[in-house]
Design a protein around this ligand. Structure first.
Ligand code: NAG
Ligand code: NAG
Length: 425
């Protein structure tokens, strides 16, 4: 299977030669020659905010902003489309939470072709790595908001800005060199750079103080780590990283780098951050197929996940001690997934080993859920949608745990408790 990856990497390497060199982050509007596709209208949005008086053409007018939790519609006629908005919500990380940013980028890590999105309202692909909704979408439902838009979407203007934004990009990891084969994905420095740009745009629209408050009150979700194993350390047998570093030292390094990212989120105003670690990596259909002769969960990736999770939880506790507040919440997604994988029937699934969409053993050939793949008729019977990613139904079960889980799943507390505490502030 290493051969397959090699071929994929070679193909991508060949195609990148034809592309502009620059793939690093630069704030939009500075240079136009970069790889990132710049949707029309975004640039204009900046200008509009500068030039026009408040309340005109797509600018959020404070008087039209629904109070927290309120669902009543504003009485004054509004030029901007109505938005359903609860607490602001920001999302960072990888393909488990990307809801379409990669559609706007030159990358192979994308989910914008059928049958992705087959169970979404339009039955068409959205960029989510799911048959329908993904984890942040379901959290938005609980918050009482419409789904947050991908930051690169041209529709993210006007009142939509108040809902929040999703900066996540499939293929990224904690480390900058993770997912190098995916070319111009938004790595963490780029995601944080766009978060800064978002805050500047919001300040122009509603004022600096309000914008800062808005960010402080927000809920934040971040998902990182899986790709640092799957698309870095374990990408090839004998990858450069695995030659140079022991798994345990690598995990220590990852945790130190993840900590820096979380500290940046804090410095940028985040005060409630749900931190997702890796799933039980070795049990993804792709890994069962590639790394295990028996079809059991692949042991090397399982050991990696087992080393990573407790160190992540410890690091999060240390950060909360440092900030004297429960800013960061460890979501034990490994355990949440594990429950469904070990006893799928208890959750109403038919199988947790085979993906709904894909080909090869367990439908586990990575990157190949397409119109020519096997496709299961009933997605609700499967834990895995494709070789790596959960179905909408599995996402819903994960979010139920995020909402209501005991401290074993959500440390120091679950999201229902957070929401009830924060609503009293
Ligand atoms: C990733 O890149 C950013 C910005 O270029 C840099 O500040 C950071 O130190 C890099 N991280 C690592 C682990 O090299
Ligand atoms: C959510 O967390 C709180 C505090 O740990 C706990 O009392 C409550 O029971 C949890 N919810 C559920 C459904 O377990």
């Amino acid at each position: 299977m290493a051969n397959l990856w090699l071929m994929l990497v070679l193909c991508l390497t060949v195609s990148v030669r034809a592309m502009p060199e620059k793939t690093i982050f630069e704030p939009r509007g500075h240079h136009d020659d970069k790889v990132i596709f710049k949707p029309k209208g975004h640039h204009d949005a900046h200008k509009r905010n500068h030039d026009s008086p408040k309340g005109s053409r797509g600018i959020p007018d404070k008087t039209h902003v629904a109070p927290k939790g309120a669902s009543s519609t504003p009485k004054a006629p509004s030029v901007t489309p109505k938005v359903k908005q609860g607490r602001p919500f920001f999302v960072f990380g990888d393909s488990l939470v990307d809801n379409g940013n990669n559609n706007f980028l030159i990358t192979g890590a994308r989910a914008d072709m059928p049958p992705y999105g087959i169970d979404s309202p339009n039955h068409s692909p959205t960029g989510r790595f799911s048959n329908g909704l993904n984890i942040p979408d379901v959290i938005s439902e609980y918050i009482g908001s419409e789904p947050v838009l991908p930051y690169l979407s041209p529709d993210l203007v006007g009142q939509k800005l108040l809902i929040g934004a999703n900066f996540a990009s499939a293929g990224v990891g904690i480390l900058n060199d993770t997912g190098f084969q995916f070319i111009s994905v938004l790595r963490m420095p780029a995601q944080l750079g766009y978060f800064k740009e978002y805050q500047q745009r919001l300040s122009l629209a509603i004022g600096e103080k309000q914008a800062q408050q808005h960010v402080n009150q927000a809920l934040v979700l971040i998902s990182l780590g899986g790709n640092d194993f799957v698309n870095n350390y374990f990408l090839f047998p004998g990858s450069a990283r695995s030659q140079l570093t022991s798994l345990s030292d690598y995990v220590t390094y990852l945790i130190a780098e993840y900590r820096k990212i979380l500290e940046k989120l804090y410095e940028m105003g985040s005060r409630r951050v749900i931190v997702m670690g890796t799933g039980p990596l070795g049990c993804a259909p792709a890994e069962r197929m590639q790394h295990s002769l028996t079809g059991d969960c692949a042991t090397d990736l399982q050991s990696a996940a087992a080393l990573f999770e407790p160190k992540l939880t410890q690091m999060i506790q240390d950060l909360n001690t440092k900030y004297h507040a429960d800013v960061f919440i460890a979501a034990n997604t490994k355990l949440m997934h594990h429950d469904m994988i070990t006893d799928p029937k208890a959750f109403g699934f038919k199988t947790s080993t085979t993906a709904c969409c894909g080909q090869g053993p367990f439908n586990g050939l990575p990157g190949l859920c397409s119109l020519t793949s096997n496709l299961c008729p009933n997605r609700d019977e499967y834990v895995f949608w494709d070789a790596f990613h959960p179905t909408e139904r599995a996402c819903r079960i994960i979010v139920q745990q995020i909402m209501n889980g005991t401290p074993e799943y959500m440390k120091p507390m679950n999201l229902s408790l957070i929401m009830s505490l924060d609503s009293k502030m």
